[in-house]
Design a protein around this ligand. Sequence first.
Ligand code: V55
Ligand code: FE
Length: 482
Amino acid sequence: MSQFPQTPDFTGALAPVRVEADSTALEVDGQIPAELNGKFVRVQPDPQFVPFIEDDIFFNGDGSVTALTFRNGQVDLRQRFVRTERFLAEREARRALFGRYRNRYTDDASVAGKDRTVANTTVIGYQGALLALKEDGLPYRLDRDTLETLGRFDFDGQLTSETFTAHPKYDPDTGHFCGFAFEARGDGSRDIVFVEFDTSGRKVTEIWVEAPFPGMIHDFCVTERFVVFPLIPLSVDVQRLRRGGAHFQWEPEQAMLFGVMRRDGDGKDLQWLAGPPGFQGHVVNGFDDRNRIYVDLPTADGNVFPFFPDRNGQTTPLETLRAPVTRWTFDMSGKEGRLSAEPLTAQNMEFGKFDERYAGRPYRYGFLLGQDWSKPYHADRVGPPHPFFFNTLVQIDVTTREQQSWWPGPTDSMQEPVFVPRSASSAEGDGWLLAIVNRMAENSSDIVVLDAMRVAEGPIATIRSPLRLRMGLHGNWVPAAR
Ligand code: V55
Ligand code: FE
C-alpha cells in the first residue's frame, strides 16, 4: 500500500499530516491575554508511514507533539515527532515495520524485540522536561523547548513496570506525581502498579495489585486518601494476539468494575465494585470525604471504541450510545464498599478538564467537549461525524449542574481543552481555556482562547495554525520557566 486506508480513521479531521514545523508569531484575530505565559503542549497520533495493515486504527499512529508557546501576546508553533525506537527503525527503513495496534506478532521480523510504543496519547511537564506517554510502554522524555527526544524514561530506574499510564495526576497539596500501569508485566498480564514520585522525582509509593481480568484501565482517579481504577470491559487475550487479532475485545455483558484502594496502604484493601455493563471514559475529577469517594466521568451504555469489537465482530452503533458525565459515589464506610451512580449531564460529553489546583479535592467546574445534536451539522459538506466528534466546548458547575457552552459552527469540531488559571491565587475556574478547533470545511485548524467563566461568550482570541493539526488526544499547560 502506498496510500492510507480511506476509512474514517484516516480521512477528514483524522487525515494524517506527517509534517514537522516551526512558525513564529502566528496570526491572531482578537487579543491574547498578556498573562498567558507558557506552553500549550498536545499530541496527535500521526503515522510516519502508510501502514501495511489494511484496517489499521487511529490509536496506532506515531506521536507528533505540538507546542504552542504563548508569550507577550504572541504565539509560536513547533511540531515534532517523538523519536521512539519504533519511529527511528521505520525512518531508517523508509516504511512501516510495525503491524497492528499493540500486536507484536504482526510486526516485520526485522524489528522483533524492539520497543513498540508510539508515545501518542498525552504530553505533560515533568521535572523541567516533557513526557510523551502511551499506556503500552514507558514514557519518552522530550526537551520542553526544542521538543528534541531525550530518550525512553523509566524514572531513573525507579519504575519497575513495563508500561505507564497516559493519565498521571499531580497532587496539588504534596506536588506528588501519581501514576499507574496496567498490563504492567506485559501483554495480557493482570498486574497493576500504583506509584507516586515526590517533587524531587524520588519514588515514595509503589503498590502492586491485580485486576480480576486483563482489560484496559485507561484513566484513574487519585483523591486525597484513595485510588480508583475504572476497569473498562475491553479484554486482552494473548492467544488472540498470537493469531494476529486485536489487542482488545469488547465484552458486552461484563460489568464496569471500579478498583478502590487506599493510597497509603499496601493494596490488600483493594475492592472491585461492580456497576452495570458499560464503558468508562476519561475521569474529569474526584474527591473523598474519608467515607465516600466521588468520581465524575462519562460512562457509556455500550462500546465507545468500535475498532475493538466483541467476539462476534459486533459493536454498539455510535449514534445510539448514551454517555453522560456521571457522578459515581463509592461508600467505603462499611466492610464492603457500595457504589451508586447519578448522571450530571443529559448530553454525551468527553475530554474533561478542570482547574488542576483542585485535583482530587472537592471542586466546582468541569470543562468538557460536548455532543450537541440540537446544533446543525453539515454532513453534506464535511461528511459524517468523525470518530471522537464533539461540537461544543462546555463549562459545567458540578455543584449546581448549570452549564454554558460555545459552539464553533456547523462544519467544525473540537479537540480537548486545557485550563490555565489567571494567576496562582485566582479563584477556582478564573482563567482561560485553550482548545483546537478542526475547521473541516477549510481543512485547517484554529486555536481558540476563551474566558473559562464566560464560555458562552466565545473566543476572546482565535489563533490561526499555519498547518492543519490532526485530531489529537490530550495535552497540558506548562507554565513558563522562571
Ligand atoms: C486511548 C488512546 C490510545 C490508546 C488507548 O483514548 C486508549 C483512549 C491514542 O492511543 O492506545
Ligand atoms: Fe486518554
